[in-house]
Structures are given as C-alpha cells and as structure tokens.
Design a protein around this ligand. Structure first.
Ligand code: GTP
Length: 804
C-alpha cells in the first residue's frame, strides 16, 4: 500500500542505508540512494530472495547474539545464509540492538558514525515519538497527535492560539515519554515499541489525544503546498507541527538536520507522508515565470513617455569619457544647485525639459557583457568617432555589437576642433560598415562635436531625444518596479549596494526585490546627485542598499510582495539560471544541420577573425553565397586579430559561431568559449572553412580529424646554429612539446607558420619531449624567421567519429 523507501527497508534489517543500497543493487533492484522508493514487487522479491539466503550483509541481524562482537564481524558475512531466513522478513525489533554492536565494530569507520548516530538517535528520541504516537504503531497519526501542533507552535511561532494552548500539555507528556522510552529502549525497536505507550495514558492525555486526532484528521484532508526547497522550520510551519517531529523523522532516515537546514521537496514529501500528510510541490519556477510573464503582458494602459537610456561607444581614445564628462558637467551646473554628482553607474541629464539617462561605463565590452546576462538597458548608442582618426577596429566592433543588439546608433564625430579633423572622411568610412548618414541619403544621424570644447553637445542631445521620440519609449510608472543592475559593490557602512536602472514601474524604499540570486528590501535609495530619494520612476538610475549580497551587473531585478518570497525566488532562480545556461541553445557546426532540420534556426550568425582584412571579406562573401531559402548566414562581426573574449561574448549573446582564419584564440577567449560553450573553428585555408559550413548546413559535416593542442612554448631567445638554421630558446608554458607533434608559430595571435619540428633539445641532448615548466631549444623545419615573444604551439590531429 504505502511505498517503502530504501532506508525503511534497511532499518528493518538494521543495515546502514548506504550499504543497503549496494545490497539492493546486488539483488538487481536499481536504487540510487536511501530515499529511493521501492515498489511492492521489489520489496516482495527482495524478501523472498533474501530468504533464500543469499550472500548479503543483511544477515547480521539474525546473526548470533552478540557474544563476541569483534570477531563476529568478519565471520558474519559468510554465515548469513543459514540464519536469516525466517525472522528477517518482518523486521525484528529486538535483536537489533545487539546487532548494532557488531556492526559498529565493522571496519568501515565512516559508515559507522552515521550508523551510530542513527541508532542512538532513534534510541533516544524515537521512543518519545513512539510513545506519543505509538498506540497502534501507525506512525503518521500518532505522531501528529502527540507532536503535532504543539511542539510546532512551540518551536516556531505562536500565532495560533489554539495550538499555543496545547503546548504545555504536550510538552509534559513528551518528557514522560522520554523516560518511558529509555525504559523501552532496551528491548525496543521504535516502530513496535509504540504500542507500549498506551499504558501511561491518563484520562487527560487521552482526551487531548482525541482532540489532536480530530485536528489531525482535518489537516490530513488538506493538501499542503511545499516549495521545492524548504527549511525544516518552514516545513514544520506549513504542516503546523513541531520541527522536532521532522528532525526525528529525518534522523530515522539517516539525515541529521537542524531547524534551519534546507531539504528538498522529495525529502519533505517523505517526511510529510510519514506524518500522514498529503503534500504537493509548488514550483518556484512556475511562480517566477508567472511573475515575469504577468509583467510582460501587454500594456496596462497607463504607459507614459520615459527618458531614453544611452550608452557611449567607440575606439580607444576617441573621446568617450570626455564626452560623458562634458555632458554630465554641463548638466550639473545647469541642474539642481549644490548637487554633488555621485558615481552610481549612470546619470540623468535634462535638456529642453526632457531627461536622458547615460550609462557611465563606455565601451561595447561592458555593453555586451551586460547583454550576455540579459540586460537590455540601452535604447540608443552614441558611437564616438574621432574626426582626426576615423573609423578604427574598435569602432567596427562597437558597430557590430550594437547592431547585434538591434539598438539605433547616433554618431558623434568628435574632436572637430582638432587640426586634421576630417568629418567627411569619417562619414565615408562609416558607409563601408553600412552606416549611411542622413545627408548622404541614409538614416544615420551624425553630429560633429568637440567634447573638449563643448561644441555641439546640445545638438547631439537633441538628436538623442529625436531618436528616442521615434522609438516611442514608454513605461507605466504605477507598476511595481523592474529593471537591471548597472553595477554593485560593498560600501562602508552600507553593506551591499547596487546601482539599478529602473526600467519599468516605480521603485520605492521598502520594496522587496530580487536580483538574480540576491534579494532584500530597499533600505536606502540615492539618485545620481547623491540625494536621498524615496521613489524612482522609469529610466532612473539609483543606488540602493539593503540587499543580501552583491548582485551581478546585467542581472535584472524585480519587486515582489515580501522579502520571504523574494528570498525563495532568489534561491529558485539560482537553479533556474544554472539550468538555463546549460540548456541555452548553443550553435555549433556539429549540430547545425539537426537544428536547421528541426527548424530551430533560420539564421546562422558568424563572427570572423582573420589575419588580414582581405580574408574576412573573402570568407564573408563565400559564406553568404551559401544562403538558402530556409537558412541565412549573417556575418555579424569580422575583424583582424586574435579571437578575444569580447568576440566570444558577442558570439554567446548572438548565438554565433566564430571562424578564425590564421589566428588563434587568446587564453581568456578560450576560457570564455568553454564556459559559454561557444564553437570556435580555426582554419588555415579559406576553402576548408567554407566547406565545413556548407557541409554542416547539409548535414554532411564529417571531418575525420580534430586538432588537439598538446603544448605551448614561449620563445625567449633566438639563436643561429652553425648550419644556418634558427633555434628558438623556449620555455614550455603548458602541456608538453613533443618532437613528433605538428607545430605552428603564433605571433600576436596570428599564425605565421605551420609545419614540423626539426630539432628538440634540452641543453645538448636531443629529447623526445619537454614538459611544462622547462626550457628547451626548438628548431622548426623550413622556417627561419622565429622572433622573440613568438608562441610555439604543438598539436596532433586526432581521429574522431562525428555524429550529427
Ligand atoms: N582636441 C580634442 N581632444 C579631445 C576631444 N575629446 C577628447 N579628447 C582627448 O582625447 C583623449 C582621449 O579622450 P578620452 O575621453 O579619454 O577617450 P576615450 O575614448 O574615453 O578613451 P578610452 O577610455 O581609453 O577608450 C584625451 O586626451 C582627451 O582630452 C575633443 O573633442 N577635442
């Protein structure tokens, strides 16, 4: 009828649950742990089989009575078959104690402890339990009766008067029971001993019991909702019983728990069913999703215009910081008198009576890092291009990152005060990246400015407002707030603080929020002028304190009913985010075809990194020719240089594959690619790259060999040997350099040569391999242009069976 768990059966045989799992497995009953449920059939089979006297450890129970514990231990196992049979099948209370001793003296120390605890726990405490509950051995009811509301209200909360009253009554019997228990201990086994407890019942306790039973019955008709993670105390509260009751049951199953310990739903369910309660899981995941979905549901009808949020990007030294400073300063002097600007990660300026919020950290790296965590804070990107320098590599990166995010761009052609400034050339160069300015018939607004002199800054801001107008940015300030974390840190006297951008609704002091895995109540809130405020509406950056921990930049935050809910959701989200990351659909050439077939992708995003610009163009054009009616290839970014971490982040957020042509990923990129599960494909021949993508699209990708890097060495010295060839005095930084491996020379992330090793020496000796941490001389066959600082990478091609 009721399901039996492994630990329960184990306790019948008085075998530690852990060992019992092995025993069951030996009996072809596949169970994972002590909590696993056994089917009736399995139990019956086991009992039957066991009777046949198989060689398990189960027997100790029936084993001879204790006489010589130590020696017995070893002897016992072989003896088992004979003795076991009859008694065992119905768990025998009495023998157990005696048996316990021999068990303790068994070799497995680790096992022993839990075992001991287990038994002593049950010895000391169960009786109390047993007695309270024990009349008919039906644990659930009894336990409830005895322990129920009483101790529950004792330990946890008093609110329930009725229960509160029962406390004193109960607690006494409890103590009594303990004494009785002690008496019973000698011959007892909790489950059975309970019957004896009837003896001590007084009229009052019988009356009380009846009352409690009534209550219990009522409660039992109820289905209790239990979160997927719950502390012992919380479970007690939900079931309205004493936490000790729960702790006892956990102990019986071999888990030592405290009131604050978290248990999962499965465990909680077992405990509850032991107590005779019916429970069901409340999926926090559902709650979170529901909250998010509800929030996302269309307009409330109360939407009003909100300020745009702007991020500034561009090539190094083109004036991003100067521009942000200029805009901010202009605002402070013109803005609230006496306001001292605070660095809270973003600030708001007012122009023509309208506000604009600027994110303070310029650059596409931060932008993409935030985006990779889900934050979509930016409404408009200002691309700063120095008029004297023109479009540079990071300008292109920024363009591609912004485009991938689908954010409109306004170009600020900066440094127009400088001699040699040539805004027209900048406009020209921009067209090469599909940014055509308005005056040339395109739709990109470009404003020539001087951050240094403050020239045209107002115009730039007006353009921001114009673009924002077109974007129809709105929010309902009446809703509960949600937004994103801009940055976070621990501040003296304030604890964990976070700069938040309120994107929807209004955030109030006292609101309970969660952000990622952190939660808390907004204790204090300051704005970007350092002023304490009580509420903050849409597009407002604020710094708050009161969180349990530092949240992560880029995570969202939402406001919830109360702090408890926030905490529970934060915990749940921790799991969800982990799962989501793992489950995130990562694109890889290997599974491209399957995904195309399944209709999961229509666009294949590709990032190309190459040694020269020409290769990028060539690869791009060839790839674009592979477009079909169903699938389109988008090269979302292409640049010269090694594959770096930002490329990987962009690939991660855009679900792209990185193709490296004659370049290598740097270390950070490799690490990021591993965690983000980004597919980086490296090629030396353009044809191979195109063929791979083509074959992958057709489901034909079946390379037989995959490259495995075996070692890396850094060239620290270069010298010529008499025969004229060059030797690279190198230090092996990782892996090992093997004489027979293939080799490539990498300079600044670019592969300059690929070939074979001609000689490998340690001091004067020819060696087969040199391990990491050692120096060696490496000669490269047919290559005499090794330079200081080059990296020598060795690799082998391994045959791999491909599956699609
Ligand atoms: N003449 C002139 N110089 C400028 C202007 N804007 C910035 N600069 C100068 O250009 C240099 C770089 O400016 P930053 O604002 O630090 O540039 P950035 O893009 O923030 O640089 P990174 O933070 O290193 O990426 C500084 O020396 C500035 O003074 C301008 O409008 N005119």
């Amino acid at each position: 009828m009721s399901k039996l768990r492994v630990y329960q059966l184990a306790s019948e045989y008085d075998v530690p649950s852990k060992e019992f799992v092995d025993i069951l497995n030996k009996h072809n009953i596949p169970v994972k742990n002590h909590m696993s449920v056994l089917t009736e059939q399995q139990v019956t089979d086991f009992r039957k089989e066991y009777k046949k006297g198989e060689d398990t450890k189960v027997q100790p129970k029936a084993a001879p009575k204790a006489a010589a514990p130590k020696q017995e231990t070893k002897a016992q196992k072989p003896q088992q078959p004979k003795q076991e049979s009859k008694p065992q099948s119905k768990a025998q209370p009495k023998p157990q104690q005696q048996e316990r001793k021999p068990q303790q003296s068994k070799p497995q120390q680790q096992e022993r402890k839990p075992q001991q605890r287990d038994s002593s726990a049950s010895q000391n405490r169960r009786p109390a339990d047993g007695q309270k509950n024990g009349n008919n051995g039906q644990s659930p009811q009894k336990r409830n009766t005895g322990g129920q509301g009483n101790s529950g209200s004792n330990n946890n909360n008093r609110p329930n008067n009725a229960k509160g009253q029962t406390v004193p009554n109960n607690s006494k019997p409890d103590r009594k029971n303990k004494n009785q228990k002690r008496n019973n201990n000698n011959n007892n086994q909790p489950a059975k001993v309970r019957d004896h407890s009837k003896k001590g019942k007084t009229a009052r306790s019988v009356y009380k019991k009846m009352k409690d039973e009534k209550k219990t019955e009522k409660l039992k008709n109820q289905v209790f909702e239990i979160p997927e993670l719950v502390t012992v105390g919380e479970l007690a509260e939900i079931l309205d019983i004493g936490a000790t009751e729960i702790i006892k049951i956990l102990m019986m199953s071999g888990t030592m728990a405290t009131i604050n310990q978290q248990i999962d739903y499965e465990t909680a369910e077992i405990v509850a069913s032991e107590l005779g309660y019916e429970v069901k899981a409340v999926k926090m995941e559902d709650v979170v999703t529901k909250i998010l979905e509800e929030y996302d549901e269309e307009d409330t009808g109360n939407e009003v215009k909100r300020p745009p949020v702007v991020t500034v990007m561009g090539h190094v030294d083109h004036g991003k910081t100067s521009l942000l400073d200029r805009i901010r300063k202009a605002n402070v002097t013109a803005g609230e008198a006496g306001g001292i600007t605070q660095h809270i990660g973003a600030y708001t300026v007012t122009i023509n009576g309208e506000s604009i919020t600027f994110i303070d950290t310029p650059g596409h790296e931060a932008f993409t890092a935030m985006r990779s965590r889900g934050a979509q804070m930016t409404d408009i990107a200002i691309l700063v291009v120095a008029a004297d320098d023109g479009v540079m590599p990071q300008t292109v990166e920024a363009i591609n990152h912004v485009k991938a995010a689908g954010v409109p761009i306004i170009v600020a052609i900066n440094k127009i005060d400088k001699e040699g400034a040539n805004p027209e050339r900048v406009k020209q160069e921009l067209t090469e990246h599909n940014l055509v300015v308005e005056e040339w018939g395109g739709d990109v607004i470009a404003v020539p400015v001087s951050a240094k002199k403050g020239e045209n800054i107002d115009t730039l801001l007006e353009m921001v407002l114009l673009v924002s107008e077109m974007g129809e940015l709105t929010a309902d300030p009446k809703r509960a707030a949600r937004g994103s974390v801009i940055e976070a840190q621990v501040k003296k006297g304030k604890g964990a603080t976070a700069s938040l951008l309120v994107q929807q609704g209004t955030l109030h002091v006292g609101d309970s929020i969660i952000s990622g895995m952190t939660y808390g109540k907004v204790r204090t809130m300051i704005d970007d002028k350092g002023k304490r405020i009580k509420k903050a509406g849409p597009s407002t950056p604020v710094e708050i304190s009161g969180l349990s921990d530092i949240p992560v930049a880029g995570d969202d935050f939402i406001v919830l009913e109360n702090e408890k809910e926030a905490r529970q959701l934060a915990e749940k989200r921790r799991e969800m985010e982990k799962d989501a990351r793992q489950a995130k659909m990562r694109l890889s050439l290997d599974d491209l075809f399957t995904k195309i077939q399944e209709g999961q992708i229509q666009d294949i995003n590709i990032i190309i990194k190459a040694d020269v610009q020409g290769s990028i163009e060539a690869i791009k054009q060839s790839l674009e020719k592979l477009n079909t009616d169903d699938v389109r290839i988008n090269v979302i970014h292409g640049a010269v240089g090694a594959v770096n971490e930002t490329d990987v982040m962009l690939a991660s957020t855009s679900n792209a594959i990185i193709i490296g042509f004659n370049v290598r990923p740097d270390k950070n990129a490799l690490a990021a690619a591993e965690t983000e599960e980004v597919d980086i494909r490296l090629y030396r021949v353009i044809y191979d790259a195109i063929e791979d993508v083509k074959k992958a699209m057709e489901g034909m990708l079946a390379p037989e060999f995959v490259e495995k890097v075996t070692g890396n060495a850094e060239v620290r010295e270069v010298f010529k040997i008499p025969n004229g060839s060059m030797i690279a005095g190198s230090y092996v930084t990782d892996g090992k350099i093997s004489r027979n491996d293939e080799v490539r020379i990498i300079r600044d992330g670019i592969v300059v040569f690929e070939g074979e090793i001609s000689s490998l020496r340690r001091f004067k000796d020819d060696v087969k391999e040199v391990a990491s941490g050692y120096e060696c001389g490496i000669g490269i066959d047919k290559y005499n242009d090794i330079k200081l600082g080059d990296v020598i990478e060795t690799f082998v091609m391994e045959a791999v069976a491909r599956e699609l």
